[in-house]
Design a protein around this ligand. Structure first.
Ligand SMILES: C[S@@+](CC[C@H](N)C(=O)[O-])C[C@H]1O[C@@H](n2cnc3c(N)ncnc32)[C@H](O)[C@@H]1O
Length: 316
């Protein structure tokens, strides 16, 4: 039996706005359509599909996993249970990196822990001069990230690796043409690391909203007892690029004869390094102090999120 949209919506006990969004998704329409045509009828098949999604929502499954999409920086990204749902505060990270790199002619942006690829794809589209490389430990997340870049027409090179591991280092140093290093290879460029790594202490799980705790991947949320282990390790790995002793920039012709790590160190010494991190505001001061120790010649900046919390750590 066909049913009037407003009556169908009244049958649910979930948040009315969420119900409207789910019905719009089932009807393949925008949200305003539901408001504008609230007196129209939908057929029983649509009603059944909608009510089954409402049941899942009642069990706290996030809307983004029900619809399979989440907007980020004005574009829709595919998401699933293997990827974190991109958060609005992470859009600030895009703005910060974009402001720094958009006018640079030789910049490589490295998104460590890319998840859905929201940062990598957005930065590749917003900063067309930059070469963008993205990594994750999760093959399932990388698959989604790859789909997103293909759908959006963003040029991103993906690598499966654990933080700044061997494979990521190899991708950053080889092959040279993909890094756009051939032209003017003696000019200084920038390696710009961007990361929104897992940063919550595992104890947070007990107090979290079930939408997050039950459904989003633990691998994307938690990082050890105080939540900082991955960020600390990444900072140490990046700083080792700046401080390696006795490694000079080598000529392009001999680059293939030395190890990938030495090759990257030679970039690290001769190219600028910048780091943009989203961190747990409870950890920002501690991580900034560590950054001062690890990067004594850099400026360390802290920026706030939409709620005024110190969520971004910048090393430039
Ligand atoms: C908080 S999510 C962020 C995803 C995406 N950057 C975003 O902002 O929506 C963190 C991502 O880091 C990945 N990750 C966790 N540990 C990692 C590691 N050791 N090395 C690389 N990536 C890791 C997770 O699989 C997850 O996709």
């Amino acid at each position: 039996m066909p049913i009037i949209i407003s009556e169908l919506l009244h049958k649910t006990t979930i948040d009315p706005r969420e119900a409207e969004l789910l019905l719009a998704f089932v009807l393949k329409k925008d949200w305003p359509y539901i408001i504008a045509y609230a007196k129209d009828k939908v057929d029983s098949k649509v009603a059944k599909t909608f009510l089954s999604l409402v049941q899942r929502r009642k069990k706290h499954e996030p809307i983004a996993y029900l619809t399979g999409e989440q907007p980020f920086f004005g574009r829709d990204f595919l998401v699933n249970r293997h990827t974190l749902i991109p958060r609005p505060e992470t859009e600030i990270l895009v703005e910060l990196v974009k402001h720094r790199t958009c006018h640079m002619s030789r910049v490589t942006i490295i998104d460590v822990g890319t998840g859905s690829g929201c940062l990598a794809a957005t930065l590749a589209l917003e900063c067309p001069n930059a070469k963008v490389v993205a990594s994750d430990v999760s093959s399932a997340a990388l698959k989604v990230a790859q789909q997103n870049t293909e759908r959006l027409g963003a040029d991103v090179e993906f690598v499966k690796d654990d933080l700044l591991g061997k494979k990521l280092i190899q991708t950053l140093t080889h092959p040279l043409p993909s890094l756009k290093l051939r032209e003017g290879c003696r000019r200084r460029g920038e390696l710009c690391f961007v990361a929104n790594l897992p940063y919550l202490p595992s104890s947070d799980k007990k107090t979290m909203m079930p939408d997050v705790a039950k459904y989003e991947p633990a691998k994307a949320l938690f990082a050890g007892r105080d939540g900082s282990s991955l960020v600390v390790k990444l900072l140490q790995q990046i700083s080792s690029l700046c401080h390696s002793e006795g490694v000079r920039r080598v000529e392009e012709s001999s680059l293939t004869k030395i190890s990938p790590l030495r090759r990257l160190r030679s970039f690290g010494r001769n190219d600028r390094i910048a780091v943009f991190l989203e961190v747990d505001p409870r950890q920002t001061k501690k991580l900034a102090a560590l950054a001062h120790q690890l990067f004594p010649k850099h400026n360390i900046l802290i920026k706030q999120d939409l709620c005024g919390r110190e969520r971004f750590l910048i090393i430039v």
